[in-house]
Write a protein that binds this ligand. Structure first.
Ligand code: ATP
Length: 346
């Protein structure tokens, strides 16, 4: 069972030292405002993804007047470490330095729900692509073998366009871009097809009052009916004019509709949050089916915008799916079933 066993923080945000042993199921973090609940969720997310959902400037996580923040976790016996000095980030796995974030991410499949999670539906496609690529990364062993060269080629091509280099210097990247970009598109489509049945089931369970039928609309990032090669050919004059690559998997999107109406319009804010839960649970299910072990789910400020019944329902679903979860709240009374949880009181 995928299990986060221990978390230790040193000079991370408001914590000088924190050491917490986690339980396999329900873990609750309780504390007043500014006690550091979100900091705990942030630390785990940093370890698993290399990114903070609060800031792009990672130095901010270093405790004031200190010069290094360290996050350590034990996951299924593996020791994962992330540390940040004012100059650099260092990653460690089982005592050895590692070069890529992906090596840590593979060991700690985390999902995150925060009071901002409805942005997945409301904002532009970037977060929805991240959602898709979280899936691709864990679901297909060759995903990174396509993603890395594709991303590098895209960066170089955009650089050539930005510098106004001759057509030849731009198109020299097209072969790699097309080969790996088209492969990514196939994987993203395949992943969506796989998560649709569990998504429909979880929507039924969490939003029983919604009778409208759900449909998923994927867009590759280039005009339908064209291959990526044809689309790049067609967009060449526009790319030169805009000095960037205007078509490709970096422009992909996926939209969710209920009876043809976009989810962010058809659903209330609370329902949107539950729908995002269903999206995460569908991924968790696909992960479990593929790897035979569950993900770990982080829920920061569960009470925000969910009423008591829906909170209870969501927690029951997580328990039923065998998903280890870390849930924060200001008050124990807001977390149904908290008596059975492993609780960290800040
Ligand atoms: N680099 C830092 N060094 C020291 N303290 C910090 C640092 N960054 C943030 N803090 C403090 O850490 C505290 C914890 O904030 P955090 O947002 O994690 O708390 P929280 O329990 O999630 O609060 P809320 O319930 O209000 O969302 C805040 O008081 C903040 O000012």
């Amino acid at each position: 069972m995928a299990r986060l066993e221990q978390l230790a923080l040193t000079n991370f945000r408001c914590f000088e030292h924190l050491n917490w042993a986690l339980a396999p199921g329900f873990n609750a973090v309780l504390g007043a405002n500014a006690a550091g609940k979100t900091a705990i969720v942030e630390a785990l997310w940093l370890l698993a993804t290399g990114r903070s959902f609060r800031t792009a400037r990672l130095n901010q996580v270093i405790r004031h007047q200190q010069n290094q923040a360290v996050v350590f976790a034990q996951v299924e016996g593996h020791r994962l470490g992330w540390s940040r000095t004012l100059q650099a980030t260092t990653l460690r796995l089982d005592g050895q330095s590692v070069d890529t974030q992906a090596q840590l991410s593979k060991k700690l499949p985390l999902q995150l729900l925060t009071p901002e999670s409805h942005r997945l539906l409301e904002e532009g496609p970037r977060l929805r692509r991240q959602y898709l690529d979280w899936g691709g990364f864990y679901h297909f062993s060759d995903f990174m073998a396509h993603w890395r060269p594709w991303r590098r080629a895209l960066k170089q091509r955009n650089q050539a366009l930005r510098l106004g280099q001759p057509l030849q210097a731009v198109q020299v990247w097209d072969g790699v871009l097309i080969q790996h970009g088209a492969a990514l598109d196939v994987l993203r489509r395949a992943y969506l097809e796989e998560i649709l049945p569990p998504l429909q089931r979880f929507v039924g369970a969490l939003l029983p009052e919604v009778t409208a039928s759900l449909s998923v609309h994927y867009r590759s990032g280039w005009r339908q009916g064209l291959t990526l090669a044809e689309a790049l050919q067609e967009s060449a004059p526009r790319d030169r004019e805009q000095r960037t690559t205007t078509v490709g998997p970096h422009r992909a999107d996926v939209r969710f509709r209920f009876d043809g109406v976009d989810a962010e319009v058809a659903l209330s804010r609370g329902q949107q949050k539950l729908f995002v839960c269903a999206l995460l649970l569908a991924q968790a299910k696909a992960f479990q089916q593929r790897h035979g072990r569950p993900v770990v789910m982080l829920i920061d400020d569960l009470p925000a915008e969910l009423d008591a019944d829906h909170r209870a329902h969501l927690l029951a679903l997580l328990a039923e799916q065998g998903i280890q979860h870390v849930v924060t709240a200001t008050d124990a009374a807001l977390l149904p079933g908290v008596e059975q949880a492993n609780t960290l009181q800040l």
